[in-house]
Design a protein around this ligand. Structure first.
Ligand SMILES: NC(=O)c1ccc[n+]([C@@H]2O[C@H](COP(=O)([O-])OP(=O)(O)OC[C@H]3O[C@@H](n4cnc5c(N)ncnc54)[C@H](OP(=O)(O)O)[C@@H]3O)[C@@H](O)[C@H]2O)c1
Length: 288
């Protein structure tokens, strides 16, 4: 039996592995990666690499073993994740894993935006499989905004269509700590966690805090959804992704991503990282 992390080369997966290594020996951990080359860095640290690709079901056969506790990190190919994720679930079911923890989206089946559709399909596939599950319904990463600081300084504005809507975001590190908690703790089988920051903030509050800390003026410029889409298309974004981002802002405007049930802070045993700290960390990283 191993603790297995898919998406191990990704930003969330790396944080989860770092957290796991503080709690369990490397020999008890496996990292699912897409190639031998990507696996080499993990092997060098004593973590077992398992080579598999969500797009190639035949490769998923060796990804999981009976009794494994698995963190299934959702894939990044929006629009292709239905079949990809069903293949992962089928492989976990065939192997007889003991726990399949899945990184879904805040709100789960009640989420009212299109980006949630593939997560709903995946959660249903997991329920249908009968595999013991843990649903980690992640809210937004604070980095989705903090990671844009250089661009915001350049433009002097954050342009969006979320209006006065609030977002209960938290940094990836907090969501990773929650994943570590459910993979190494007991009693998380067949449980659902709605994970989000303890505080929800508006985009105007985000830009005001960024300005306060940096001394560089950045404002939030709210535009209509139609104008927002045009602006995104103007940056070269494919139309389907522009639609996804405008739809997410509409969801934020409706308050669909503002829930603060406290599951994340309870799982990690501390308050979630405040926005001000995430911004401070982002600015420090820029200083290099
Ligand atoms: N809550 C949020 O705000 C938010 C924002 C963005 C994304 N997400 C979701 O959260 C996930 C993790 O976030 P992240 O920041 O860690 O993303 P990331 O850095 O892009 O990492 C994605 C990981 O998934 C792996 N992957 C992608 N397609 C795969 C496939 N076909 N087969 C096997 N592995 C595959 C990637 O492997 P390679 O290294 O081989 O590419 C990588 O390890 C994302 O994939 C996405 O579903 C959430």
């Amino acid at each position: 039996m191993s603790i297995v992390v898919t998406g191990a080369t990704g930003q969330l997966g790396r944080l989860v592995l770092a957290g796991l290594l503080e709690k369990v020996p490397a020999s008890g951990i496996a990292a699912v990666v897409r190639s031998e080359e990507k696996g080499a860095e993990f092997a060098a640290r004593g973590i077992e690499p398992r080579i598999a690709d969500y797009d190639r079901p035949e490769t998923l056969k060796g990804a999981f073993h009976e009794g494994d506790r698995v963190l299934f990190v959702s894939g990044s190919d929006i629009g292709r994740r239905g079949p990809q994720h069903r293949a992962v679930v089928a492989a976990a079911q065939a192997a007889g894993v003991a726990q399949l923890a899945y990184t879904g989206v805040l709100g789960g089946p009640r989420a009212d935006f299109t980006l949630a559709d593939e997560h709903k399909i995946t959660e249903q596939a997991i329920l249908d499989s009968g595999v013991p599950y843990t649903f980690l319904r992640n809210g937004w990463y604070a980095e989705m905004y903090v990671g844009r600081i250089p661009q915001l300084f350049e433009q002097g504005a954050l342009v969006g269509s979320s209006g006065e809507g609030r977002l209960a975001a938290a940094p990836r590190a907090d969501y990773a700590a929650a994943a570590v908690a459910v993979l190494t703790g007991e009693g998380h089988e067949n449980k659902v966690y709605e994970l989000s920051g303890d505080d929800a903030w508006t985009m105007a509050e985000f830009t005001a805090e960024l300005t306060r800390q940096s001394g560089r003026p950045v404002t939030f410029q709210n535009v209509t959804p139609e104008r927002h889409k045009d602006i995104l298309l103007g940056t070269g974004l494919p139309e389907f992704l522009a639609d996804v981002f405008v739809d997410v802002d509409a969801a934020i405007a409706r308050g669909s991503l503002a829930h603060t049930p406290g599951d994340l802070s309870r799982l990690i045993g501390r308050p979630t990282t405040p926005l001000a700290d995430s911004i401070a960390a982002g600015l420090k990283e820029l200083e290099g």
